[in-house]
Design a protein around this ligand. Structure first.
Ligand SMILES: [Fe+2]
Ligand SMILES: [Fe+2]
Length: 166
């Protein structure tokens, strides 16, 4: 049996992951409107991954016989002042999500809920990657900031996600 607090936290995480999907889809749409199709495609794949994350929480709650309550998803920001600003937001958002996962892991440990703790390990590791991949894009965008056409070069590189299996 999940404790009340952990049940609520895991259920809220479905919403947080779906909001992440919404945020990245919104960013994807903004990049698409700037004709930066590589960034748009990268973010669309990212949005799909966030839906998969939500479904892992959904599935876990059902496996535990716990009720799932889907709440309203907040509307994400619609536009950014630059590609760099967008990816800085993406990185900040991933750091925030890591803090949510850490809080859930703390709760599982406090509850001595080993099953949930093990379930959350995947997310603890995943968040390291999520932060790193967003930060890598931030750093590359900073590197090309002074090069005309640098963003277009990066856009081509971003388009390769999915083509190589990641
Ligand atoms: Fe996620
Ligand atoms: Fe994420």
């Amino acid at each position: 049996m999940l404790s009340k607090k952990l049940h609520k936290g895991l259920n809220d995480q479905i919403n947080a992951e779906l909001f992440s999907a919404y945020l990245y889809l919104s960013m994807s749409s903004w990049f698409k409107a700037q004709n930066l199709e590589g960034f748009a495609s990268w973010l669309q794949i990212q949005a799909q991954e966030e839906v998969e994350h939500a479904m892992k929480f959904y599935g876990y709650l059902h496996d535990k016989g716990a009720d799932v309550e889907l709440k309203q998803i907040e509307a994400p920001q619609k536009s950014w002042k630059s590609p760099l600003a967008a990816f800085e937001d993406a990185y900040k958002h991933e750091v925030y999500v890591s803090s949510l996962i850490n809080d859930l892991a703390d709760l599982a440990v406090a509850d001595k809920d080993h099953a949930t703790n093990v379930f959350l390990h995947w997310f603890v590791e995943e968040q390291v990657e999520e932060e790193a991949s967003a930060l890598a894009v931030v750093e590359k965008l900073k590197l090309v900031a002074t090069h005309p056409g640098g963003v277009y070069m990066l856009d081509r590189e971003m388009a390769s996600r999915g083509a190589e299996g990641e």
